[in-house]
Design a protein around this ligand. Structure first.
Ligand code: C5P
Length: 411
């Protein structure tokens, strides 16, 4: 998640540490994006991982096993019946000693196979026989991606706990433009590094709020805001990757919960408040990313408002401040606030941090953050301010989580 289609070929050097010494299996299926798998193999090997490559018959039409053998420094497997594998059990042998399997590109056909547990070639079989985590980087024409069958399979794969990297929107090999382009090799590499990276929040319980709230005016209308939930969902994902037990309290958003994250859906600020206050006493860390409505309608109508009679008078009343309430608990978790401002970011953010009584506050400019896949953040804490340059929200979320873990370590 979190990529907007721009090329990002640079690799964050600090992200490579987790892959050193890891045993990775790269599966390649038959799509034009297979050429990017060669670069991915190079990055993974350069990071110090032991890489094995398995290719389907179609993949061999796009890149050669010789290329992948040269880059991985290991024999490449393409055949279920390879007599060179001990016991003739390539599917078992190849999957059992791996820390992670990544299939890039994963075609629509391969996703369908995985979703249904088919095992009619070496790669599909070893994915079924594996004991380690599995990630896929889909790549296909936009119509194939948007087809209800592919979307059904995608939902099944996510529900099965398979990590899905991308795809991104952009130019496609067929000449069309749309969703389905495989992430760049460096982007897939960053996802792998995050999955295998240090578990900085192992043993911690992290509670995150995300998305907008919706305050009813009548039975069909309400007050809400433009928050997409993407930043909060990215924080939840980054915390889960860092080994935390994560609960995400989400306002109305169509986003899918990241793998391994428990989700509570709420609509209004008061529902979010009640859910959070129930969970906060057990939490070690609370990250309030949600754009909570400051006000709600005092007396929402139980029927649809009619136009006759002139414009209605809508009386507003204040909502509870969830973050301030959690920060004021006697055994408060480590609290992190977010501030979306339209101007004077520094002064407003510092003032908000003091007013809410939180040790860490992440500030962004609302018009540069809401609804977008990327963002730029400035972190404010007792030590001063730390600028995080514009990047996909998941990249920023991982940096925020690393900062939280470092602050927790010093407490
Ligand atoms: O005061 P403001 O809404 O700008 O503060 C933003 C921060 O406070 C965010 O972390 C947001 O999730 C949190 N907040 C809250 N409850 C509210 C309003 C804001 O938890 N009612």
């Amino acid at each position: 998640m979190g990529y907007n289609g721009e090329r990002r070929d640079r690799v964050d050097a600090t992200a490579t540490a987790g892959l050193a010494g890891k045993r990775i299996l790269l599966g390649i299926t038959g799509g034009i994006a297979a050429y990017k798998a060669a670069e991915l193999a190079r990055l993974v090997v350069k990071a110090g991982a032991d890489l094995r490559v398995v290719m389907t018959a179609s993949a061999c039409r796009f890149v050669t096993p010789v290329t992948m053998q040269g880059l991985s420094g290991n024999p490449v497997y393409t055949d279920m019946w390879d007599p060179g594998v001990p016991n003739n059990m390539a599917h078992i042998e190849l999957s059992r000693d791996r820390d992670l399997i990544v299939v890039a590109p994963a075609t629509a056909d391969f996703m369908a196979k995985l979703a249904h547990g088919l095992a009619d070639d070496l790669l599909a079989t070893l994915c079924l026989a594996r004991e380690c985590p599995l990630a896929i980087a889909p790549a296909m024409n936009r119509q194939m991606w948007e087809h209800p069958a592919t979307q059904r399979n995608l939902a099944t794969l996510r529900a099965d706990g398979i990590a899905v990297f991308g795809p991104a929107p952009g130019d496609q090999a067929c000449g069309e433009v749309g969703m389905g382009r495989m992430l760049e090799a460096a982007e897939i590499f960053a996802e792998l590094a995050a999955m295998t990276g240090p578990k900085r929040l192992a043993g911690k319980r992290v509670l995150v709020t995300a998305g907008p709230t919706f305050e009813p005016i009548d039975t069909v209308r309400g007050i809400t805001n433009l928050s997409s939930g993407k930043m909060g969902f990215a924080v939840a994902q980054a915390a889960a990757e860092a080994g935390a037990e994560v609960t995400l309290v989400a306002g109305p958003t169509p986003l899918a919960a990241p793998p391994g994250v428990a989700r509570r859906d709420v609509v209004t600020a008061r529902e979010m408040h009640d859910a959070v206050m129930g969970l906060a006493p057990r939490a070690d860390v609370f990250v309030a990313v949600a754009a909570v409505s400051d006000y709600r309608v005092a007396n929402p109508r139980q029927t649809k408002l009619k136009k006759d009679g002139g414009p209605p008078r809508i009386e507003l009343t204040e909502n509870p401040d969830i973050l301030a309430a959690v920060a004021a608990l006697p055994q408060a978790p480590f609290c992190v606030g977010f501030a979306a401002e339209t101007e004077n970011l520094r002064e407003y953010a510092q003032a908000k941090r003091r007013k809410k009584g939180v040790p860490l506050l992440a500030a962004n400019l609302a018009h540069e953050a809401f609804g977008r896949d990327d963002n730029a953040l400035t972190l404010f804490d007792d030590a001063g301010e730390h600028a995080l340059a514009r990047a996909p929200k998941i990249v920023l979320a991982r940096k925020l989580v690393a900062h939280i873990a470092a602050m927790l370590g010093k407490r």
